[in-house]
Design a protein around this ligand. Structure first.
Ligand code: DAH
Length: 380
């Protein structure tokens, strides 16, 4: 037998000396305990449990030991590595918990802060309602027509059979931009007519008939002007929608059916309408269109203990004026009233917005405060 091979002697393998293993173990555990965050712990792990850590290197030396020494060295190294691995795991969990708690505090969301620093804004409910009404009619084949807000008196009044002495032509209602030729000079040079801010959308009826081929089916939304003071129920600038159909064989029944369809689409099924006799110079016969109140359905009339704010317990809501186009209007536009007939309807959008959405003060609609418009939604 040859002399014992010195290199097999565990005492001689520096890394496997018990005190070296204990020292490596203590150093590793101390480093684990000292790791202040997960990054540091990752470095500790690589230094004390990685491939090139003292304990891993010691582990590699075990194979070179004589069999009787392997077991004890293996046990000692294994236990040390196990202890370090366990400590790493526990510290890892601790640090993760700490991090999660810190993140919860640091990234807490203050739900009371404004969610949007540059709000997207909101479309004005007058615009969305008027587009909705346009949709009802374009779906039936109507075209959208427009006209100028600064309008010749001839279009705004004369062609609509509003003669020079009609009350609507007095200074009371109308904003005059230029007086007629002959009076104070300035006037529309072609017609000699004065110039006004249009008082209604009805002049677009005339423009449409002059510009288009018959038959004509148009819906004309737009802004109109009257010399009213701004208060809860009046505004000098407001919006109307005008409807005009001129074709062969149109009767009042067509007007009625068209308006019924509009009421159904905008307010829901089963609401009766009625035409109340009225007078407008540009229609003959003329009527006011009423619909049964869509809130109380007329019940408030017989039920004094349950009053209705929408219709003021009248049971009916007035929607607007309508009628069969006066033959004089057709003639003014070069349309033969013997062959063609037509119907027209006009109403105010502000008023409709008021009763449809319980808006109590018209001033809210003109002031431009986004807090008023936003609850109506974007409705694209
Ligand atoms: N232009 C009228 C107004 O502003 C409303 C109106 C009434 C329009 C009857 C019409 C109509 O087309 O037929 O008071």
């Amino acid at each position: 037998m040859s002399a014992p091979n010195k290199s097999y002697d565990p005492v001689e393998v520096e890394a496997l000396k018990p005190e070296e293993i204990d020292r490596a173990r203590e150093q590793a555990l101390a480093a684990v305990a000292a790791a202040g965050d997960l990054d540091e712990l990752r470095e500790v792990k690589s230094a004390h449990a990685g491939d090139r850590s003292p304990l891993a290197l010691a582990n590699r030396e075990i194979g070179a030991l004589p069999p009787h020494a392997k077991a004890e060295a293996g046990k000692r190294v294994g236990q040390a590595r196990g202890a370090v691995g366990k400590a790493l795991k526990i510290r890892q969990e601790e640090l993760e918990r700490e991090r999660d708690e810190r993140v919860l505090v640091e990234e807490a969301v203050d739900v009371t802060l404004p969610y949007d620093r540059t709000p997207a804004g909101a479309r004005h409910p007058l615009t969305t309602l008027s587009e909705r009404i346009e949709d009802v009619f374009t779906a039936m084949g109507y075209e959208v027509a427009e006209g100028p807000e600064v309008e010749a008196e001839w279009f705004n009044f004369d062609a609509l059979n509003l003669g020079p002495d009609h009350p609507a032509r007095t200074m009371q209602d109308t904003f005059f931009v230029e007086s007629p030729a002959g009076e104070q000079g300035g006037a529309d040079p072609e017609s000699g007519s004065g110039v006004v801010l249009r008082t209604h959308t009805s002049p677009v009826q005339i423009r449409s008939l002059l510009e288009r081929e018959l038959p004509v089916y148009v819906i004309c939304p737009g802004r109109v002007y009257r010399t009213d003071e701004l208060d809860a129920t009046h505004t000098p600038v407001f919006s109307q929608v005008e409807l005009l159909a001129v074709d062969e064989g149109l009767t009042m029944a067509d007007l009625r059916g068209t308006l019924d369809h509009m009421v159904r689409t905008l307010f829901g099924e089963g609401l009766a309408t009625r035409l109340r006799p009225s007078y407008f110079p540009f229609t003959e016969p003329s009527a006011e269109l009423d619909m049964v109140c869509f809130v109380c359905r007329g019940d408030s009339v017989h039920n004094p203990e349950r009053p209705c704010r929408t219709c003021s317990s009248e049971g009916w809501i007035e929607l607007g004026g309508c009628g069969m186009v006066n033959p004089r209007v057709l003639r003014a536009c070069g349309v033969d009233p013997e062959r063609y007939s037509g119907f027209a309807f006009g109403f105010g959008i502000e008023r409709m917005l008021m009763f449809r959405h319980s808006v109590e003060d018209m001033r809210d609609m003109v002031e431009g405060d986004a807090r008023f418009t936003r609850p109506f939604g974007m409705e694209i």
